[in-house]
Design a protein around this ligand. Structure first.
Ligand SMILES: Cc1ncc(COP(=O)(O)O)c(C=O)c1O
Length: 387
């Protein structure tokens, strides 16, 4: 794909679940901001600032549109990454509204540890629920009453999805709880599962969806009623007196400031708008190529008796180990061949190490930049390794 033609011949990047590569137009948008209108947003009146404001506002609208959520109910705030977003919300929830916090066994440490910290801070008990092999949850088995629920809707191990997300959100709300979705692995290739889902918040990382490093929180306006003020600063108030203040977020127009303390990553926010345009403009063939690439690689690995896949089906993200081979050594060997892949537990220590008892793994996570020749190369090297 010409958007990634800066990639050298033979360089095979397979770590998209961590950070996807950025198409050139996204890097150009960043460049343009830094070279042409490098200004603070939402505070300055000169023309560079006006341009920044317009683009930042447009990005908020594009995010809502991408998620098929209404601006009448939802607000988009920017932050550092998914982890920061989840922590920002959890650390400011007033516990008296709730009875417990729930997360699931396959979570990334980002929600897994943040829910531990929430439980420690509030004294509310924490439950870790099981996920079915396909990623769904047995709603009838769960007691969501007055629970703060934090779940991913796609896993960073094997891409399994929270297939019954609609039922889960409905059940949580019916039981008087709230649900925060970890959308880190969803936005790049599993967007359809989360579109139109009316969770209380969805947190994700722009750097995993072909954009610059940035976090996004999309949240229901009525989440405000559960929050206490725990992380405040510049850009958040309409007035300040000696011992009191008025939050700008009280009014709908500036509600996004509730999670945006201090100056933001304006260039990165502008770049996200460009990345969303790019995603929306991709031809169907781009997705078909991705699917062909990951299916071929999955089937090749799955065919070998010596390779133990965590995946039960093909997905752009796949994890495995090879009999008798240390995954970290394998990762280094692949790197010497210019193949960039991750090894270890991918911040899912509890599930992979303590529930499944697996050794450290190798993860191949593909993206839209991958070429058929990348897959051929990986297959050739892996064949040698396996033999
Ligand atoms: C499912 C999932 N949740 C959360 C995160 C944390 O994302 P970040 O490091 O961008 O905060 C990741 C990162 O890989 C992830 O895969």
């Amino acid at each position: 794909m010409k958007d990634f033609d800066y990639l050298g011949t033979g360089e095979v990047y397979l770590d998209s679940a961590c950070q996807s590569l950025r198409p050139k137009c996204v890097v150009d948008a960043l460049d343009n901001y830094y070279y042409k209108h490098n200004s603070c947003g939402e505070r300055v009146k000169y023309k560079w600032g006006v341009e920044t404001d317009e683009k930042v506002e447009a990005t908020r609208e594009k995010v809502l549109k991408l998620l098929k959520l209404s601006g009448r109910k939802y607000t988009v705030s920017f932050t550092l990454n998914t982890t920061y977003g989840i922590n920002l919300i959890l650390s400011q929830i007033e516990p008296s509204h709730f009875k417990k916090v729930i997360t699931s066994e396959i979570e990334h440490n980002s929600p897994f540890l943040a829910t531990m910290a929430f439980s420690e801070r509030t004294g509310l008990p924490r439950e870790v629920i099981e996920r079915n092999e396909d990623g769904s949850i047995d709603v009838k088995e769960c007691d969501f009453s007055k629970a703060v629920v934090v779940l991913n809707c796609a896993s960073n191990i094997d891409g399994r999805k929270l297939l019954n997300i609609k039922d889960v959100v409905k059940a949580v709300h019916k039981a008087g709880g709230i649900i925060i979705i970890d959308g880190a692995q969803t936005m790049a290739h599993s967007l359809d599962i989360v579109q139109g889902i009316e969770a209380d918040a969805i947190c994700f990382s722009a750097h995993k969806m072909y954009s610059a490093s940035l976090g996004v929180i999309v949240w229901r306006d009525d989440l405000m009623k559960y929050l206490v003020n725990g992380f405040l600063g510049g850009g958040m108030v309409d007035d300040v007196e000696k011992d009191s203040f008025v939050l700008s977020a009280e009014g709908k127009e500036h509600r996004y400031t509730r999670f945006e303390s201090g100056l933001q990553a304006w260039g990165e926010i502008v770049a996200l708008g460009k990345a969303i345009d790019w995603i929306n403009g991709l031809p169907k063939s781009a997705w078909k190529n991705l699917e062909a690439n990951y299916t071929e690689l999955f089937e090749f690995l799955d065919d070998s008796d010596k390779v133990h896949m965590v995946n039960t089906k093909a997905n752009p993200t796949m994890s495995f180990y090879v009999d008798g081979l240390d995954s970290h050594l394998l990762g280094s060997a692949l790197s010497r061949e210019n193949i960039m892949a991750r090894t270890g537990y991918f911040c899912v220590h509890y599930y992979l190490d303590h529930v499944l008892g697996l050794p450290p793994l190798v993860r191949f996570s593909l993206g839209l930049h991958n070429r058929p020749e990348d897959i051929e190369k990986v297959k050739t090297i892996m064949k040698k390794v396996i033999q």
